[in-house]
Design a protein around this ligand. Sequence first.
Ligand SMILES: Cc1cc2nc3c(=O)[nH]c(=O)nc-3n(C[C@H](O)[C@H](O)[C@H](O)COP(=O)(O)O)c2cc1C
Ligand code: SF4
Ligand code: SF4
Length: 249
Amino acid sequence: MIFYFTGTGNSLWAAKQLVKEDERLISIADARKNREYKYSVSDKENVGFVFPVYCYTLSDTVFDFVSKIQLTNAEYVYAVITCGGGIGGAGGFLKSELAQRGITLNAVFELLMPDNTVFYYKVTGKAEAEKRINNAEEKLKKIISIIERHGKREIGSGTLSKPMRKLYHIMNATKRFRVNDNCIGCGMCEKLCPDSAVKLRDKKPVWIKSHCTKCSACINRCPKQAIQYGKGTEKRERYINPRLKGDFR
Ligand SMILES: Cc1cc2nc3c(=O)[nH]c(=O)nc-3n(C[C@H](O)[C@H](O)[C@H](O)COP(=O)(O)O)c2cc1C
Ligand code: SF4
Ligand code: SF4
């Protein structure tokens, strides 16, 4: 059983490399929408959490999910946290949150992927992105062999990751989002938003919440690059994991 969350596809791609043929791949965004927090683990099934780090901490989506999840019969639990630079103490923070639900996190793996943080700086360019994904593919093979033998890993305390959520909350205000004339009213932004923070009004997106989870799906994946954030994003390229196709979520 693998729980995943993704904005631009890196974590979904990673989860797809990890998932076995008979294993369940569960979207955290959908589970939250359907209020599904209770899971029973079948014999010898591992439990994985695969998601991106935000501000060296857990996003609201992942935090909310792990603070409500009820898992029975979980024997081996691991996390693969994707990042554009480093995950900081996010693994330790996840461990302490899961521990409060009686769940032991046995291993955390950091996976360097292309950076999608278009809000604040350039995303990883195409050539470097390709290199990172190829390296990640190799690293995932090693991770799979560790998971198969239920390898345990020392996980840091994560004490610095919890206060980082304050910074994340300051950063995730939606007031700087806007849309330009390239918008064709396709509705993709509304459809993709895991937080129901974007709605189409008169065929243009409006951000109806003052804060979102800042997953970057809307701004990176608008087919017309019409969504902007503050002043810096007009000229910046966008990022979508090149190995995935379609309107994944
Ligand atoms: C709001 C936000 C904050 C981020 N913070 C970090 C960070 O603290 N450290 C880091 O290495 N990458 C950071 N990233 C980059 C993503 O974690 C990375 O690109 C990830 O692989 C994206 O996964 P996804 O494609 O599954 O959404 C951040 C991205 C966003 C959108
Ligand atoms: S995804 Fe882009 S083009 Fe489509 S409605 Fe949203 S802003 Fe407009
Ligand atoms: S508004 Fe955009 S960045 Fe915020 S949660 Fe929705 S899709 Fe993600």
